[in-house]
Design a protein around this ligand. Sequence first.
Ligand SMILES: [Zn+2]
Length: 273
Amino acid sequence: MTRLLRLLPLLLLFAAVLAHALPRSEPVPGGVVVLESDTPVERAWLGKRRLAVLPSDRGSIVVAGIPLSSAAGPVRIRLRFSDGREQERTVRIRPHDYPVQRLVIKDKRKVEPLAEDLKRIRAEQKKKHAALATWSGHIPDLSFRWPVEGIVSSRFGLRRYLNGKPRRPHGGLDIAAPEGTPVRAPADGTVLLADDFFFSGNVVYLDHGEGVISYYAHLSEKSVRPGEKVRAGQVIGKVGKTGRVTGPHLHWGVYLNGTAVNPELFLDSPNPP
Ligand SMILES: [Zn+2]
């Protein structure tokens, strides 16, 4: 008993580490659903999308990204256990009203691209989709640290109008910072893509494992190459204003099962350092 008591702080610390390693469950469009299973899960799906499965002290934890375009209401998550049995869990997605944001972009071509730009944009979308479809078996550390020092300038999910025209909702979190501020990996990962895109400027994509991908846009500089392994806190680039921007900032995206989710759900502190 005494020995167990002596071990208790260590056990509590271990439990805290496990608890911290998960995003907050927020079952809304653009949010994250965290499901626990006492039976070890071999694979899990939302529709046809494979979901991240993490080991836990009791069994498994399934982490699902809910698309921003999802309607409120029930979604079914399919689990397959190690013994081949399957189970369906129903999760109710709550409605969430994301605010509207109207922006004025001076470079009109970045809002209404020319025919010659469209070819480039389509090629870049292919690269992006390939990056987001990456699946590596590495178990991701989902307790992220802020990738940059600065001020949150646009939250995730804002319904955007650019120069008065409706555009896709904001798929990431914008952090305003002076040009040249170092951008750091929020967790260990592997560089999938380091490229220069029409809308996003200089971009870096990191693979954290189990379909968890993070994305950094508008960089002035990329400091990593595809295939390179990075550690949490390692500099991967610098804040810039390349691509479609109103000023220097980092656009930070987090993707689960190929879908953009709110990066703030992966952070412990509400504000960047
Ligand atoms: Zn952004």
